[in-house]
Design a protein around this ligand. Structure first.
Ligand SMILES: Nc1ncnc2c1ncn2[C@@H]1O[C@H](COP(=O)(O)OP(=O)(O)OP(=O)(O)O)[C@@H](O)[C@H]1O
Ligand SMILES: [Mg+2]
Length: 548
């Protein structure tokens, strides 16, 4: 080290230039920082110099370099400074601090035992992208003098160079982290690919991404069936239980926007973003966020939302966003697969049901129905012999049994659907409903010349059947209308009643009717919309696409 003493203008310039060149050298970060502290000590004539770098988590010192204190003495002092007293001031206030006497400052917490006495002080923060990540400080200027403004300028320059060096080291570290994350990403995608149960898949994806990003919270939000909101389908990290199942408005949340824009977004300050629905970040006290759409083919199946990186700096980096995006595209493949598997299973089930119903209907009609008809015929000669009186009850019973068999047969699988098509089958169905209830049932079918597929006819018939059953059971309606309009591109079915209405979101668990309707529509690549409010009747719309 240079001996302390007056240093000329030119020497200072030369020394500063030399440290600039150091930044491009092959030195380790610690080696480089040491040279910066040595330069600072040399140029200002300080007795001691130190540089502390807080780690990313903000909990410990990444680096702590001292100049002027012998290693034995450091060992004697023991504990590293924790930035509670004066040393922390430049870090907290992000501004340099000069003092004549360290110990006299009211913020001073005193020196640990074994610490050499130090009076004059100059400390400057090390600023990384606006946040302070450490400090460079000097004490004991030669001759018992105070540090000057010029000293401060020099140390600030050196601290700026330290910041660049630290930033470089961290970028290098994040590049290494990124490749490590990519490795675990591949592991995760294998785990995802074998999971076909959708809720479990969402859970797995949320918890793995939470680890991978080292985030406080990761959620997966999916569009709800009402078409206007999003539901938290999985949550991992802090407050997970409170987040699960929460809903957000599609039109008034960042998640909703992410779905429509199909673009990821990184937000450093959630509170300043007017698009964010603040209720959720407020719940978990989040300040930074990451929004990534889950794109399955050209459909946005959901949004991944991450809040706050753990540690001092909550902001996510570009690398985090890339990780989340890479993760999302892998998760999307798994989701697609799982939905397909699920859809296949439902399709097979419904097809099986339909076949079984047709078989039962035929059996009831051909066997039981014929048997009852034969009994009725057999009654005729008996009545001639005994008179109608004694047999009247038997005739009534058999007739009503035959009626029951007939309507059961129709319900199971209307022959009309197979023999005469959808319109005839719906006419029969609506007639039956209006006969059996006080409802005024209107039917209006407009089909073009092209035929609907058998699957489409079955689906529409079953959906109308369930919708009418619901009207009879739940609506207390005066009238209901069924409209089917087939056009070139699609076929629309609308069932509208003027009854009690209900809240679609609040449907009891275990109700299968509406779920089944939606599944039938989805299987045929169509959609189902429920419009209902208590007191405002119910409208159910089903739209199925037609191949052109
Ligand atoms: N047209 C309607 N008018 C009023 N409420 C309705 C109507 N349709 C459905 N609902 C309400 O929605 C709920 C769910 O209907 P869904 O058909 O899924 O089940 P469910 O009819 O109760 O039972 P099931 O599984 O036998 O069909 C009903 O319990 C009822 O409260
Ligand atoms: Mg029902």
């Amino acid at each position: 080290m240079e001996p302390p003493g007056p240093v000329g203008e030119n020497d200072r310039l030369r020394a500063l230039l030399a440290t600039g060149i150091l930044l491009q050298s092959e030195l380790t970060l610690a080696g480089l920082l040491r040279r910066l502290v040595e330069t600072a000590v040399g140029l200002t004539g300080a007795g001691y110099g130190a540089l502390g770098v807080i780690d990313r988590a903000g909990t410990a010192l990444d680096e702590f370099i001292t100049v002027g204190i012998a290693p034995e003495q450091i060992a004697l002092i023991g504990e590293l400074p924790r930035g509670r007293g004066v040393l922390g001031v430049p870090i907290r206030e992000r501004a340099p601090l000069r003092l004549r006497d360290l110990a006299a400052d009211p913020r001073s917490v005193g020196f640990p035992p074994g610490h050499p006495p130090m009076a004059s002080f100059l400390g400057v923060p090390i600023l990384l992208r606006g946040a302070s990540f450490g400090n460079l400080y000097l004490t004991e200027k030669a001759g018992g003098e105070e540090f000057s403004g010029e000293d401060e300028d020099i140390v600030r320059l050196l601290a700026a160079q330290a910041a660049v060096a630290i930033e470089n080291a961290r970028l290098y570290e994040s590049a290494r982290l990124w490749s490590r994350q990519l490795e675990s990403l591949n592991e995760v995608s294998e785990a995802l690919a074998t999971q076909t149960d959708l809720p479990q898949l969402f859970d797995l994806a949320a918890s793995r991404l939470c680890e991978l990003l080292d985030a406080r919270v990761v959620m997966i939000q999916v569009p709800a069936s009402d078409g206007v909101s999003l539901t938290v389908a999985a949550a991992s990290g802090d407050h997970a239980a409170a987040l699960l199942g929460r809903t957000l408005e599609l039109g008034r949340s960042k998640s909703g926007r992410t779905l429509t824009r199909r673009r990821s977004e990184r937000i450093d300050s959630v509170i300043d973003d007017p698009e964010v629905d603040q209720s959720v970040p407020r719940l978990v006290e989040a300040s930074a966020a990451l929004y990534v759409p889950l794109l399955v083919g050209d459909r946005a199946a959901g949004v991944i939302v991450a809040y706050d990186k753990r540690g001092l700096d909550h902001r996510f980096s570009d690398a985090d966003m890339r990780i989340a995006q890479a993760f999302a595209s892998r998760a999307a493949v798994a989701i697609d697969l799982s939905q397909r598997v699920g859809r296949e299973a439902v399709r097979a089930l419904l097809e099986g049901q339909e076949i079984e119903r047709t078989r039962l209907a035929r059996e009831l009609h051909d066997e039981t129905g014929q048997a009852l008809t034969s009994i009725l015929l057999g009654l005729k000669p008996l009545e001639r012999q005994l008179g109608e009186g004694p047999l009247a009850l038997i005739r009534t019973l058999v007739s009503s049994a035959l009626d029951n068999v007939r309507s059961l047969t129709t319900e199971l699988r209307p022959a009309a659907l197979d023999d005469f098509g959808l319109e005839a089958a719906l006419e029969r169905l609506t007639r039956l409903v209006s006969e059996r209830s006080d409802l005024d049932v209107q039917l209006n079918v407009t089909l073009d010349r092209r035929e609907l597929t058998r699957d489409q006819e079955t689906a529409i018939y079953r959906i109308v059947q369930e919708a009418l059953a619901n009207v009879v059971k739940h609506a207390q309606a005066g009238s209901v209308s069924v409209v089917v309009v087939a056009r070139a591109g699609s076929v629309r079915t609308i069932i509208e009643d003027d009854g009690a209405g209900f809240t679609p979101d609040a449907v009891r668990e275990g109700a299968l009717g509406l779920v089944g309707m939606r599944e039938r529509a989805t299987l045929l690549a169509g959609r189902l919309e429920i419009q209902s409010r208590p007191g405002a009747g119910t409208t159910i719309l089903i739209e199925l696409p037609r191949s052109s």
